[in-house]
Write a protein that binds this ligand. Structure first.
Ligand SMILES: Nc1ncnc2c1ncn2[C@@H]1O[C@H](COP(=O)(O)OP(=O)(O)O)[C@@H](O)[C@H]1O
Ligand SMILES: Cc1cn([C@H]2C[C@H](O)[C@@H](COP(=O)(O)OP(=O)(O)O)O2)c(=O)[nH]c1=O
Length: 251
């Protein structure tokens, strides 16, 4: 597509540089942010507030979750959360749901220049099915590559580009504190009903995953007050230049 100036001047062929400018000003860059952490860490308490902060600054937001986010993936979510199965089956279901979610929702939204905020993504599979259930991380990495490659819709990424979040906000909280918070909060699903040691392993899994991708992970000290947690979240996105400084905003 010719840039606006070339169209006015009826330049043939249109200039390459201005063509790029016209595309980039027409469409903001899509952003993909995931929220991660053990159950009860406080993700749901802040995710809508972050979505609203982006909307307030003019961005279109797709707020979604895993497992789930599409009609098919929501069916797979119901199976994962309520039916007994072995760790490999659980991992395969998580990645099947993720592939559908990527193809149907996440990639189209990123191609439209939206901000995609997902309540969990692949790090949860490494933490829960990997560290929690004991399934091999090496094999999970193979599934990760299969499920998250070749989905990008925009021109540019190499054919072997593997989609990952641009930023992962990792809510780090000791398992025993999360258990206390959840004791009165809601009816537990198949994961939330697991013993404390399971969540201690899941928490370690997240810490390990964060060590392998320090440029993507932002550790949120989730043992702080709601207000302090919110400040850490906003600082992380402001530091990236994705949001302007927000004065007095609250979760
Ligand atoms: N910073 C916080 N301090 C104390 N309690 C919190 C905090 N953040 C959330 N909670 C409470 O902890 C429970 C779990 O929070 P939630 O946001 O549902 O966690 P998650 O989505 O990570 O499972 C809820 O009852 C919530 O009100
Ligand atoms: C995405 C994902 C979630 N899970 C688990 C973590 C959670 O216990 C559960 C559902 O996540 P979540 O939506 O956080 O539960 P809730 O709506 O009750 O807050 O699924 C996995 O085990 N593997 C995965 O790959």
């Amino acid at each position: 597509m010719a840039c606006a100036l070339c169209r006015i001047k009826q330049l043939v062929p249109p200039c390459a540089a201005l063509e790029e400018i016209s595309v980039s000003t027409a469409l903001p860059k899509g952003l993909f942010i995931s929220f991660e952490g053990i159950d009860g860490a406080g993700k749901s308490s802040h995710i809508e507030a972050l979505a609203q902060a982006f909307r307030d600054q003019g961005r279109v937001v797709t707020l979604t979750r895993e497992p789930g986010g599409t009609p098919l993936a929501e069916k797979l979510r119901a199976l994962m959360l309520h039916d007994a199965m072995d760790p490999l089956t659980e991992a395969l279901i998580a990645f099947a749901a993720r592939r559908d979610h990527l193809v149907q929702v996440i990639e189209p939204a990123l191609a439209r220049g939206e901000v995609v905020i997902s309540d969990r993504f692949t790090d949860a599979t490494f933490a829960y099915q990997g560290a929690g259930r004991g399934f091999s991380w090496e094999q999970l990495s193979v599934l990760e590559r299969m499920a998250q490659t070749g989905t990008a819709l925009q021109a540019g990424p190499a054919p072997d580009f593997m989609r990952e979040p641009d930023m992962t906000l990792w809510f780090d909280l000791p398992a025993e504190v999360a258990a206390e918070r959840l004791a009165t909060a809601r009816v537990p699903d198949r994961f939330e009903a697991q013993p404390g040691e399971f969540f201690a392993r899941v928490a370690q899994g997240y810490a390990e995953r964060a060590r392998t991708a320090p440029q993507r992970f932002v550790r949120i000290d989730a043992h702080a007050s709601r207000h302090a947690v919110w400040q850490q979240i906003t600082q992380a996105v402001v530091r990236k230049g994705w949001l302007a400084i927000m004065v007095g905003s609250k979760p």
